[in-house]
Design a protein around this ligand. Structure first.
Ligand code: PMV
Length: 354
């Protein structure tokens, strides 16, 4: 691996001999990834743009073992079924790249809710890719690490990096697509926004984003128009980030996310993640804007709403949303760092702070 010196040293727990521990943060897309052109290689239809957060990290340790099978502990309990298979499949990919065959012991825990549309798979696979690559001795630069993380969960490609990040859809299929589809930081260093995460339901979603994406791309008559408009959204979003224009960023993010949900609502059968509580939060965001507060909503594959605003307005936005009732719990995030890893050789920041 190619590392830069750590600025987040000590972020993870102490390492046992031969063990690598990575800490990665979720990211929230402001221009969404929704739809794959290749399901096996996780090649997206469109490029996306996100902000890495400083809350809800995933901490993952990987130790190469001489046991007969991979052993995975997930949020304090043994992983089984589909969750275990997903991690085993990912470890197989890492082993194939590293030319190794030994199994691993993986211990992973999310500080935030899992599978609730709060990007736990982004932080999860960014941490797993980084810890597993280090444990198996794979020499990867951040771009290659982003491509590897992509194979666990598309959005994980972006969590390798801190700050504002674009995941390039890349061009072509097969190896050409694989090589050209990676995330990279895009600056935006003048921006210091807050993201007020309004959790209205902590439970894991009943339809995975993978299934919902497929259903949408395959059946929604609104999918193509959204994908085409998303290309324009990304171009305008890049400009808005470059000039540090938070209201423009918010407007583009909100329309892009609502458009994505429109594609799901028009899938056959429809996929609906939005609940009455999500709509109550969206109404409150509109009311805040009517009062002159620059607050803008985005929603992923779940009912929870994230509200982008200035750091100075965050407390007022959070209090307003908390005031809606017991069904809302807010947590305020700011810009977070890229993935960091601790190996037996020391602690290193891989993806940079922003
Ligand atoms: O990478 P996945 O499978 O968790 O899909 C993420 C999809 C969205 O969160 C809805 C959008 C995005 O770009 O993160």
């Amino acid at each position: 691996m190619t590392f830069t010196p750590a600025s987040t040293a000590g972020a993870g727990p102490a390492t046992a001999l031969g063990e690598s521990v990575a800490v990665a943060y979720p990211n929230i897309a402001l221009v969404k990834y929704w739809g794959k052109r290749d399901e096996d290689l996780f090649l997206p239809v469109t490029s996306s743009l996100s902000m890495t957060l400083d809350i809800f990290p995933t901490t993952t340790s990987v130790a190469v073992s001489d046991g007969p099978a991979d052993v995975v502990e997930f949020n304090g309990a043994p992983a089984t079924g589909a969750a275990l298979r997903k991690i085993e499949t990912f470890l197989e990919l890492v082993r194939a790249k590293a030319g190794r065959t030994e199994r691993a012991v993986v211990v992973t825990a999310n500080a935030g809710p899992t599978g609730a549309g709060l990007a736990s798979s982004a932080s999860g696979f960014a941490a797993l890719a980084t810890a597993a690559a280090a444990a198996y001795g794979l020499e990867l630069d951040p771009r290659a690490l982003s491509r590897l993380a992509r194979r666990g969960s598309g959005s994980a490609s972006r969590s390798i990096f801190g700050g504002f990040v674009v995941w390039n859809a890349g061009e072509g299929e097969g190896q050409a697509g694989d090589l050209s589809s990676y995330a990279e930081p895009i600056g935006g260093d003048d921006l210091d926004p807050a993201l007020v995460v309004a959790v209205v339901n902590q439970s894991a979603k009943s339809v995975s984003s993978r299934v919902a994406m497929r259903q949408t791309t395959d059946t929604s008559p609104f999918y193509r128009p959204w994908a085409e408009s998303s290309v324009l959204d990304l171009a305008q979003m890049r400009e808005a980030v470059a000039r540090g224009d938070l209201p423009a960023i918010g407007e583009i993010a909100e329309r892009n996310a609502l458009g994505m949900h429109a594609t799901m609502l028009t899938a056959r059968p429809a996929v609906r993640y939005l609940s009455p509580h999500s709509l109550a939060v969206l109404d409150a965001v509109l009311a805040l804007r009517a009062d002159g507060v620059a607050a803008y909503a985005t929603i992923d594959a779940g009912p929870n709403v994230k509200v982008l605003c200035t750091r100075a307005d965050a407390a007022h936005v959070a209090a307003t949303l908390d005031g809606l009732g017991d069904f809302v719990t807010t947590t305020t995030a700011h810009i977070g760092p890229g993935v960091a890893v601790t190996t037996p050789h020391g602690a290193l920041s891989v993806g940079g702070d922003r």
